[in-house]
Design a protein. Structure first.
Length: 134
């Protein structure tokens, strides 16, 4: 048979839980702030940026993606990059060529990896130590 917890033990447990709740609320507020910052960056970025989930489905996209693809941002959310960015502009055949050229002109490297069934990954990277300042 177990004994009843004392009043002091219950008060300590309540204080511990209240402290955990305060910590959780601070973390939640910080996460919300970071999420708001990310959305602001995406909405105002002049570059094509996509935020994708683990299944490579688009969760959020910079407005530049819509301007470049001719689609509203809402139309590409939830789709994979290749699905979302296909259509009329991809039929022109200049998308990847243009991306490769712009990355090369700015001193970066450009890679494409494609695997059947898992999609395509496009990587553009720059050594920030070598990029000339404006």
């Amino acid at each position: 048979m177990t004994s009843k917890p004392t009043r002091e033990a219950l008060e300590r447990k309540i204080k511990q839980l209240e402290k955990e709740i305060r910590i959780h609320k601070r973390k939640e507020a910080a996460l919300h702030t970071k999420q708001t910052e990310l959305v602001t960056i995406l909405e105002n970025s002049p570059t094509m940026m996509l935020l994708v989930d683990k299944d490579k489905r688009i969760k959020s996209a910079a407005n530049a993606v819509g301007a470049f693809s001719g689609q509203r941002t809402e139309e590409i959310l939830g789709r994979r990059g290749g699905e979302a960015l296909s259509g009329e502009f991809s039929k022109r055949g200049l998308g990847l060529t243009s991306m490769r050229e712009r990355v090369a002109l700015s001193g970066g490297t450009f890679q494409i990896e494609s695997h059947k069934g898992t999609g395509t990954t496009v990587r553009a990277s720059w050594d920030l130590k070598r990029v000339p300042s404006s």
